[in-house]
Design a protein around this ligand. Structure first.
Ligand SMILES: [Ca+2]
Length: 177
């Protein structure tokens, strides 16, 4: 049986909230990414674009898979050595980033630049997830990349809808995104 997109969308949003990540926090990242390019940018537009990203099946699948692995790791339910690798958020693991790229790739190359930027600077909610400020035993190995990727994709979606920002995106903006 193929799950409906709306069912997956609800499940993905619920999972994010359970991990204390709000769509508004992700929209804040989008706002900061796009503000240098758009004078009339609003938080509402950013939030709308975050929601649009979450309507994509590829995104829902990545959110559900990544958070599931974080939670199972917290519960100590993976087998060794994967359990230790994900628990310790080992830098050479890289699969967390690969999974997040399936979100970033939905909206083209500008998303990749934004993702790299967020991954490097770790602003706001990403910093919180990365440093586990709320709970010591929290595992967010996948979630920090997923949140960065959703923000990067939403910023990219806004850029694509504003062809005057960069002419080379005009053609792509005609596509069904
Ligand atoms: Ca990570």
């Amino acid at each position: 049986m193929v799950e409906s997109t709306s069912k997956l969308e609800k499940a993905a949003m619920k999972r994010l909230l359970e991990r204390d990540v709000t769509l508004e926090e992700i929209a804040e990242l989008v706002y900061d990414l796009q503000l240098p390019y758009l004078d009339n940018l609003t938080m509402e537009l950013c939030l709308d674009n975050v929601k649009a990203v979450l309507r994509k099946r590829e995104v829902q699948n990545a959110v559900l898979t990544g958070i599931e692995l974080d939670v199972l790791t917290e519960e100590g339910k993976l087998t060794s050595p994967l359990q230790e690798i994900i628990h310790n958020d080992e830098g050479l693991f890289g699969i967390d980033e690969v999974l997040a790229l399936s979100i970033v790739n939905v909206y083209g190359s500008i998303g990749l630049t934004n993702f790299g930027y967020l991954d490097k600077l770790k602003p706001k909610v990403i910093n919180r997830l990365d440093t586990h400020k709320d709970r010591e035993d929290e595992v967010n190995t996948f979630l920090d990349d997923i949140v960065s990727a959703i923000a990067a994709a939403a910023a990219s979606r806004i850029a694509h809808s504003q062809p005057e920002v960069d002419d080379k995106f005009v053609d792509e903006s005609q596509l069904e995104l």
